[in-house]
Design a protein around this ligand. Structure first.
Ligand code: PLP
Length: 257
């Protein structure tokens, strides 16, 4: 049985975070496991409060899983602080984890900070270099690189700059630009462009979490990174097309359709 582990925050409304990741793993028929880094009290309209889990408990969760069960791929989401990042990095390096998909979660769609501002430097120096693939959206890439990204040509340059930080692949998601979205995948030599018609819906809560965990699930099944991104793009497109209008804010994507 293929397995995948998510290291991320809990979303009480079930649309993003750990819950989105586990639903994605199940839908893609991969056995899912979870290390919870933070508990958020939130619904489709926003985040009310956040409790970060103590780093010794995060490390214990990781070691308990990794010492016992073979992990085919690891997806990393919300990490809250520099301390949490350092704990996660040292544990992953100790066990020589492979197939690491990093979604550099920073701010929720409702505008809540899910990563301390000062932690961006630690993310850059310690975590991005060990990632197999890093999947920022445009605001996250801008925060990491300290520059604006205004068009597809800028995206290609930004991919090259992100690649210099050390990950094997960069998937830069262009959904924040106007018009039909384009995502750019870069492996250090070649660019792949993913074009998609914009799906008109307000139900986009948890899309980043779902895409990155779908990439992890496909890597766990033995696919190449490029194939995993292709398959995960197909999965997230279906999940947005079938998204659910529940709650008063941004509804969630749907995993079983
Ligand atoms: N809450 C948690 C726990 C998350 O991990 C994420 C992931 O990005 C979010 C919220 C953000 O979701 P959204 O950007 O859809 O608001």
């Amino acid at each position: 049985m293929e397995t995948a582990l998510t290291i991320a925050g809990s979303d009480s409304s079930g649309g993003a975070g750990i819950q989105a990741d586990l639903k994605t793993f199940s839908a893609l028929k991969v056995y899912g496991m979870s290390v919870i880094t933070a508990v958020t009290a939130q619904n489709t309209t926003g985040v009310r409060s956040i409790a970060t889990i103590p780093t010794n408990i995060i490390q214990d969760q990781m070691e308990a899983v990794l010492e016992d069960i073979p992990v085919g791929a690891v997806k990393i989401g919300m990490l809250s602080s520099s301390h949490v990042i350092k704990t996660v990095v040292s544990t992953l390096v100790n066990v020589k984890a492979t197939n690491i998909v990093l979604d550099p979660v920073m701010v929720s769609k409702s505008g809540h900070h899910l990563l301390e501002y000062e932690a961006v430097q630690t993310l850059k120096e310690d975590l991005i270099p060990i990632a197999t693939i890093v999947t920022p959206n445009l605001p996250e890439a801008e925060a990491i690189l300290g520059r604006k990204i205004l068009c597809e040509e800028d995206m290609k340059e930004a991919c090259q700059q992100l690649n210099e930080l050390g990950p094997k692949y960069v998937l830069l998601k262009g959904g924040h630009l106007e018009g039909d979205p384009v995502d750019v995948l870069y492996d250090g030599t070649e660019f792949h462009h993913f074009y998609q018609e914009r799906i008109l819906t307000k139900n986009t809560h948890g899309t980043g979490c779902t895409l990155s965990s779908a990439i992890a699930a496909h890597l766990a099944k033995g696919n190449s990174v490029v194939d995993s991104v292709h398959l995960a793009k197909e999965y997230i497109t279906g999940a947005i097309q079938h998204s659910i209008s529940i709650g008063q804010g941004h509804g969630p994507t749907h995993h079983f359709h």
